[in-house]
Design a binder for this molecule. Structure first.
Ligand SMILES: [Zn+2]
Length: 284
């Protein structure tokens, strides 16, 4: 992706120098259980995070440290700031077409743990979007994890961020609320099926963003789309279950199979049309 010397978003909240001092207390056992829940059973990280801090005070104390990022990490930080700016410009154009203003989300870059309106954010959860504060939480160490999962290249990172912005778009349009109320009326398998549709739509919206940003800025380089697709494949539920040595079980999927994630990213990327992202097809 061509990104050097391009606009950086001013909506990045740099919390890398902050350390959470106290507040929610976690046992090592609890954190391991959460990791298993997230990576093996692919539960929604937010549910796990919220579950872990359930009932505890949300007031957390953070302290400032003298944190010096490495040159490599700073480059990733600068890169995500440019990607966020590209999501702002592209989605602002999209909203303008219907005479609406795009409410920009904040990107919080943190290390290890940070307080969020959805409970304590944990690096182990991977990147997530919290609808209650309309912020995306990203621990840069996840990007190393993504590489180990077989997704490398800068556009793999852009895809991940654009997917989280997709959840922000779903929140603004009230889709997330509709999904949550539909989930309350069904069983676990039904809830997971709705969650999958939600995730696939966010993948499709990441594709729409890619298409429209390309039209606007010609930012793609050779191999970028393949990087996004390989990231979509690496984070497919079946890929993750197989990697964990488990047979893939569709009823336990919460994000969609590798094939579905690639399919829906492509739907958006080929059409550039958000109407092509109708993963729900009348189910909500
Ligand atoms: Zn998601």
């Amino acid at each position: 992706m061509k990104w050097k010397n391009r606009r950086r978003s001013s909506n990045v909240d740099d919390r890398r120098a902050q350390r959470m001092k106290s507040g929610a207390k976690f046992s090592i056992g609890g954190i391991i259980m959460a990791l298993i829940a997230i990576f093996v059973f692919k539960q929604d990280p937010m549910q796990v995070v919220t579950g872990m801090v359930g009932g505890q005070s949300s007031s957390t104390i953070t302290e400032q440290t003298n944190y010096e990022p490495s040159a490599e990490e700073q480059e990733v930080y600068d890169f995500v700031s440019v990607v966020l700016a590209d999501t702002e410009d592209t989605w602002a154009n999209f909203f303008k077409q219907s005479n609406q203003r795009y409410p920009q989300p904040t990107l919080v870059v943190y290390r290890d743990m940070t307080p969020t309106a959805c409970g304590t954010g944990q690096a182990a959860s991977g990147p997530f979007y919290c609808p209650a504060d309309q912020k995306i939480y990203l621990d840069l160490s996840f990007l190393g994890e993504l590489k180990r999962m077989g997704a490398s290249g800068d556009f793999a990172v852009a895809y991940v961020l654009a997917h989280e912005v997709g959840h922000h778009i779903q929140t603004i349009y009230g889709i997330s609320d509709k999904v949550r109320s539909a989930q309350r009326q069904t069983n676990k398998a039904g809830q997971n099926a709705l969650q999958v549709k939600m995730e696939l739509q966010a993948d499709c919206l990441a594709g729409v963003w890619t298409n429209r940003t390309q039209q606007r800025t010609q930012f793609l380089e050779t191999g970028d789309l393949e990087e996004a697709l390989s990231a979509a494949e690496a984070v497919g539920d079946d890929t993750i279950m197989k990697r964990a040595g488990m047979p893939p079980r569709r009823e336990a999927f919460t994000h969609g199979s590798a094939q579905e994630r690639m399919y829906w990213f492509n739907q958006g990327a080929n059409s550039g049309n958000a109407n092509a992202c109708n993963t729900f097809q009348g189910t909500i």
